[in-house]
Ligand binder design. Structure first.
Ligand SMILES: *Cc1c(COP(=O)(O)O)cnc(C)c1O
Length: 480
């Protein structure tokens, strides 16, 4: 036999030996650790994971990879698989990215009052659509409509799943099979799949582009009107700005033009602040009240941006139009559940007391947090983080600028303070060292997310409120 063939033969013989060393599924499941697991977590899950582990072990043997096939080792790997299948994938994280309303991180942190309201209704039955006074069927919007009207000056209001749904519903209700003129400067895309032209098509509307990217005039709109026009619409360009030689048509002019032609004027406001942000020292963001006062018939905005509530899309404005929207069968497909309704209702009620709003609503509390506070926290945390990282990295306190996020005020930045970590690696290894550092913070029990720039991993401390929890888990940091 040629030497290489005999080597191959003895190799496959060894593989066969190792394969037969794998215990049978029955034998594995009788192993005390797994038998206990079976009774604790249910048979199907454990059997499924045991099968998968055995299959993977066989594959590794076939590929000539080292793997422990003892009962103990197999049982341990199966236990780990079961634990990982049961672990919650959705979990709280520390958002130290510098973007306060981070869409990928779930946007607005909720107020305690909202969280209590959610858990109060979650456990059992509620009067979600039941009028307790009259003893008959009610409307789920009743729980928030009154407060939305008080806070915006609107005649009526309704709630759907998010602002994208609100825009879809407004357009489909008012302009299905009709034309909708929109300025070319406002044909926005917002993270992922929300693009105005696409939403228009899905809502059954024909988009009529008017004006140019940088300048649109009132005459562009009036020339675009036809008997087929369903509504005029303005889209708040929330995640970019057009600067320089620009012109846009005001709400007042658009609403007057719409009224002349007997059609509504609607505004997708996006962030939709309910209060004057400038009074809190933040950059001014057009409020819902202002937009309605300037003549908009309907305004739509998100619940989880500057408003600081749960994910929701709110529509406020003329009573007859809101009534039409509520009759659209699409409304039924886009409605929110009792938990969202409870959180929104509780959040809106916080606005009733302007004196305590900033302290109670986390979004406003974080956005208005004094830089001196953040600096003081950085000074407390810096030596502890440095001691944890030892001589593998250097930690410095740096000034940085964060963002409100979620497309609000894209160019305004929030002055803040960061802990900036630079690994003590230079040259070509630096990128890898930064990535490993970021990974080790993501691996903590409550993952910590920062931002890598200028050869540092930055943790903007604006959104860190639970300092003790953050410090408490540092002992578990393992930088590879
Ligand atoms: C954020 C935003 C949307 C999308 O709102 P969601 O609540 O995320 O669905 C739509 N239009 C504008 C102008 C926005 O800023």
């Amino acid at each position: 036999m040629p030497p290489e063939k005999s080597a191959a033969a003895s190799e496959s013989g060894q593989q066969a030996n190792r394969q037969s060393a794998i215990p049978s599924l029955d034998r594995l499941l009788r192993e005390p650790a797994l038998a206990q697991l079976l009774s604790r977590t249910g048979r199907d899950l454990v059997v499924e994971e045991a099968r998968a582990e055995v299959a993977q072990t066989r594959q590794r043997i076939n590929r000539n990879k080292a793997i422990d096939v003892t009962l103990d080792a197999l049982a341990q790997r199966i236990e780990a698989r079961v634990a990982s299948a049961l672990a919650m994938s959705l979990q709280p994280v520390f958002n130290l990215t510098g973007t306060t309303l981070h869409t990928n991180l779930g946007r607005a942190p909720l107020a305690e009052e909202a969280i209590e309201a959610m858990s109060a209704v979650a456990r059992g039955a509620t009067n979600l659509e039941f009028d307790l006074t009259k003893g008959r069927r009610g409307d789920r919007d009743d729980h928030v409509e009154d407060w939305l009207c008080r806070l915006t000056g609107a005649e009526a209001a309704t709630v759907v799943n998010n602002n994208a749904a609100a825009v879809l519903l407004m357009l489909n209700t008012l302009a299905n099979r009709k034309e909708v003129p929109v300025s070319r400067g406002e044909l926005i895309e917002i993270g992922g799949a929300f693009r105005i032209p696409e939403i228009m098509r899905r809502a059954g509307c024909r988009l009529v582009e008017v004006g140019t990217t940088n300048r649109t005039h009132l005459r562009d709109f009036s020339e675009s009107l036809s008997p087929r026009t369903g509504t005029l619409m303005k889209v708040h360009t929330s995640n970019y700005v057009v600067q320089g030689f620009t012109a846009e048509v005001s709400d007042e002019d658009l609403s007057a033009l719409a009224r002349e032609h007997g059609i509504p004027y609607i505004v997708d406001l996006g962030a939709g602040s309910l209060i004057d942000m400038a009074a809190l020292g933040l950059p001014h963001e057009t409020t819902v009240t202002e937009t309605l006062a300037k003549g908009a018939d309907l305004v739509s905005f998100s619940g989880d941006k500057l408003l600081g509530g749960p994910q929701a899309g709110l529509i406020a404005g003329r009573a007859d139009l809101i009534a039409k929207i509520k009759k659209n069968p699409m409304k039924r497909a886009l409605r929110v559940d009792k938990v969202t309704m409870a959180a929104l209702a509780a959040t809106l009620r916080l606005y009733a007391q302007p004196e305590t709003l900033q302290a109670k609503l986390p979004t406003l509390r974080l956005l208005t947090r004094p830089v001196a506070d953040i600096q003081a926290m950085a000074e407390r945390l810096n030596p502890i983080l440095q001691a944890t990282l030892g001589d593998t990295a250097q930690v410095r306190i740096t000034s940085c600028t964060g963002q409100i996020g979620s497309g609000s005020l894209p160019v305004e930045s929030l002055e803040s303070v960061a802990l900036s970590i630079s690994p003590k690696t230079t040259g070509r290894g630096l990128g890898g060292a930064l990535k490993r550092l970021a990974t080790s913070f993501r691996d903590l029990p409550m993952p910590v997310l920062g931002r890598i720039s200028d050869d540092c991993l930055h943790f903007d401390l604006r959104c860190l409120e639970d300092e003790a929890a953050w410090l408490g888990q540092l002992t578990e940091l393992r930088v590879k």
